[in-house]
Design a binder for this molecule. Structure first.
Ligand SMILES: [Zn+2]
Ligand SMILES: [Zn+2]
Length: 255
């Protein structure tokens, strides 16, 4: 338990350090000049502070029916073998499986109208930066965590692999939302980059760049823009409320 809480604290400190580092990069190499306290920053801070608890509870509640439904697929001897594979192999496989799961869930949230109302909260940001990476409706986050976590649990990846994957995921998610003009082609194909993900948020190009660029390439949803070309505007056409509490309620009511 102590070990678990120390690990959580390390993740929080690590995320804060990364946030400060990306904040500096945004000042130094910005895609767009925007204020540090741009519109919507307080709403995003609320998402950052409050979503985690809601999501943790939701994941536990959501995991119960999934366990009842998919418990038959758990094979302890396979899980033991899997957890004893070399770390690099587990990590590579875990990323590949998680990225594929995320891609499929993300597409569903774009294409099914009732799910889109949840995901529209993430797309309502009109100023992308590292802080915008935390703006998600908790239901959207719960679905992604369960969709990614269930296959990884069934396949029996070790706790260390989970820890590495969570760290990787936090860094990647912050990085691709940053307001940073980044020119590292190798990195783009390894973990994605801000230019590709900003186009996912574009008001002009729709349903492109859902996840890892290689998976988008495989499924024909990659939009690979010319070097240095960022979208004119990001956001959604529909009217999404700006306050945190109204964003939580938005998918359930007509505004
Ligand atoms: Zn999306
Ligand atoms: Zn995004």
């Amino acid at each position: 338990m102590l070990r678990r809480s120390v690990t959580d604290m390390q993740v929080v400190i690590g995320a804060l350090f990364i946030a400060v580092a990306f904040s500096w990069l945004e000042r130094r190499f910005p895609v767009r000049r925007q204020k540090r306290f741009r519109p919507g920053w307080f709403t995003d801070v609320c998402h950052w502070v409050f979503n985690q608890t809601i999501v943790n509870v939701g994941v536990v509640i959501g995991a119960i029916p999934l366990y009842l439904l998919l418990g038959w697929a758990i094979n302890p001897s396979f899980q033991t073998k899997s957890a004893h594979q070399p770390g690099y192999l587990q990590f590579t496989c875990a990323i590949a499986i998680a990225e594929l799961s995320f891609y499929l869930i993300h597409r569903l949230f774009h294409h099914i109208p009732s799910l889109w109302k949840f995901h529209a909260i993430h797309h309502s940001s009109e100023h992308l930066d590292w802080l915008a990476s935390v703006r998600f409706h908790p239901v959207d986050m719960i679905a992604a965590r369960l969709g990614i976590g269930v296959p990884l649990v069934i396949l029996g990846f070790s706790a260390e692999t989970f820890g590495f994957y969570i760290t990787f995921n936090i860094i990647q998610s912050i990085f691709i939302h940053t307001n940073v003009r980044c020119r590292l082609p190798g990195l783009r194909w390894l973990i994605g980059d801000p230019q590709l993900h900003h186009w996912h948020h574009s008001k002009d190009v729709h349903n492109k760049n859902f996840g890892h660029p290689l998976i988008d390439l495989l499924f024909g949803t990659l939009y690979n823009p010319p070097p240095g070309d960022f979208p004119r505007a990001v956001g959604v056409e529909q009217k999404v409320p700006s306050s945190y509490l109204k964003q939580l309620m938005y998918p359930f009511f007509k505004y």
